[in-house]
Design a protein around this ligand. Structure first.
Ligand SMILES: [Zn+2]
Length: 286
């Protein structure tokens, strides 16, 4: 966890109703997600003009919050909205992170597309974005998460790609290198909401985990689930392949939270929060 710069700390704050504690990391890097726990009936948490849904579980509310990839380092305020209309604010430190850069030289015909192909790419992108939109609240899955495949991390999240001297969109997922046919599993419980064979991402599966969290598995050789299937964490959903625009077999794995692309490793390495210790004037971290 420390290599992602997350040190878990318990942040104290005073609400008008009395001393309460909100548990969140004290420092998070751009592109990372974390699990927020709030005592009381909280509906959502907003950070840098982006709001994330929370779900009530007994006496507290929980949900995932992410720092956008392009966020500037420094102090930010996380604002929690309660069902009663009350609001609470917590300071969050966004730590600087330098994403590595990769220069690639490829023949121009590999990086430019004809009109028909461009139209197909645009259509397929719209279909994917549409699939990632709904924020469902039934049976949300809050972790733990597992790596979807055995294999070496071959390309990190946020890699800035420079193709033939031109900056391209950064890498909004992680790549795991693995031989063709290696099993790919669901990184958490959820429902399969999209399967398809796309020009760029090849055979692709999208799983909805609830509360706006989706996982995306690309370049599969084979898909063994169908849209509508409920899957469990660790359940096989397909096999590593080289479909779509790739140079070799690997799994491109992405995570989207209410439309924000986040580093999947920040969720896979999510650790349980420390136990809260009540004190006379609030709550302290251990
Ligand atoms: Zn990738």
């Amino acid at each position: 966890m420390s290599r992602f710069g997350i040190s878990v700390l318990i942040v104290c704050l005073l609400l008008s109703a009395g001393a309460k504690a909100i548990e969140a990391p004290s420092a998070v890097a751009p592109g990372e997600a974390f699990l927020l726990r709030v005592p009381g009936r909280a509906k959502e948490a907003c950070l840098l003009k982006h709001c994330f849904p929370l779900v009530s579980l007994g006496p507290e509310a929980r949900g995932f919050v992410a720092v956008p990839y392009g966020a500037s380092p420094g102090r930010a305020v996380l604002e929690v909205h309660f069902a009663s209309g009350k609001r609470a604010r917590v300071g969050l430190n966004i730590i600087p992170k330098t994403f590595p850069e990769e220069h690639l030289k490829l023949p121009p015909k590999m990086v430019t597309f004809d009109k028909k192909t461009l139209a197909r790419i645009k259509r397929e992108r719209a279909r994917l974005l549409e699939a990632l939109k709904p924020v469902t609240r039934e049976e949300p899955y809050l972790g733990p998460f597992v790596r979807p495949v055995e294999g070496r991390l071959s390309s990190p999240f946020g890699l800035r790609r420079i193709l033939n001297g031109q900056p391209r969109s950064p890498h909004m997922g992680v790549d795991f290198a693995a031989p063709e046919g290696t099993p790919v599993v669901a990184f958490g419980d959820g429902q399969v909401v999209l399967t398809g064979d796309f020009y760029l991402s090849g055979r692709t599966v999208v799983i909805n985990h609830g509360l706006g969290l989706y996982s995306i598995y690309c370049h599969l050789k084979e898909i063994v689930v169908t849209e509508g299937d409920k899957v469990r964490r660790g359940q096989r959903i397909g096999l590593v392949g080289r479909t779509g625009r790739v140079t070799g077999p690997h799994l491109h794995f992405g995570v989207s939270l209410t439309g924000l692309r986040v580093d999947p490793l920040s969720l896979i390495t999510l650790r349980p929060f420390s136990v809260r210790k009540e004190t006379s004037h609030g709550t302290e971290g251990l």
